[in-house]
Design a protein around this ligand. Structure first.
Ligand SMILES: [Zn+2]
Length: 201
């Protein structure tokens, strides 16, 4: 039985390395995978799945208006063993429904990987729909940068300072994120942040 999976975690929980591993496992058995990633910056036009440990590979970039069911149906679905989606939080809710339709009508498993919530502790729209529709949810764990407990969220750092308000998708590209537990999202160790992100003078 094909299923819709959502593997979620905070920033740095190893989602991209996991997706690359799953792709490799299928391909080493001679099976075809479709790797896709939603793009928030539509100017780029290309998709890349890259992990923090340096591995990366190209992925099909999907735009918010793309119909994923039509797209996958248009490929030779009979040869396709699995659909893998990175950065799944950026899927539109409608695209999540389309992926569920792929599972139920094309009988192809779809594994999605992404953040559950944004840097302000609110669900991403794509993640919310995945939590509503997925057959199987799995949490990928990482630890808080301050206390070593499980990280449930991430804190956005801009110019060496925590940001607790702002746009869900940061435009500017100079931000960083650190995984934190709930308590340290509210009360981070500012000295440690200064040490981690020295402000350039
Ligand atoms: Zn903590």
């Amino acid at each position: 039985m094909a299923q819709l999976f959502f593997e979620y975690g905070a920033m740095s929980s190893g989602k991209s390395i996991e997706i690359l591993k799953v792709a490799h496992n299928y391909e080493s058995q001679g099976r075809q995978v479709l790797l896709m990633t939603p793009i928030t910056d539509t100017r780029a036009g290309v998709g890349i799945v890259s992990s923090r440990i340096g591995l990366s590979r190209e992925a099909l970039a999907v735009k918010p208006e793309d119909d994923l069911f039509a797209l996958i149906k248009g490929m030779k679905a009979a040869d396709l063993a699995v659909v893998l989606v990175d950065e799944a939080q950026f899927l539109s809710p409608k695209q999540v429904d389309e992926l569920a339709y792929v599972v139920d009508h094309l009988h192809i498993p779809v594994m999605t990987f992404g953040l559950k919530q944004d840097a302000f502790n609110h669900l991403f729209d794509g993640s919310k729909r995945l939590i509503e529709l997925a057959d199987k949810l799995e949490e990928m764990k990482t630890i808080c940068s301050f206390c070593g407990k499980k990280a449930t969220t991430q804190l956005r750092i801009v110019d060496g300072q925590p940001q607790r308000t702002g746009a869900q998708v940061f435009i500017g590209g100079d931000e960083a994120y650190i995984p934190t537990c709930r308590r340290h999202w509210y009360e981070p160790d500012l000295d440690k942040i200064t040490a981690m992100f020295p402000v350039k003078k």
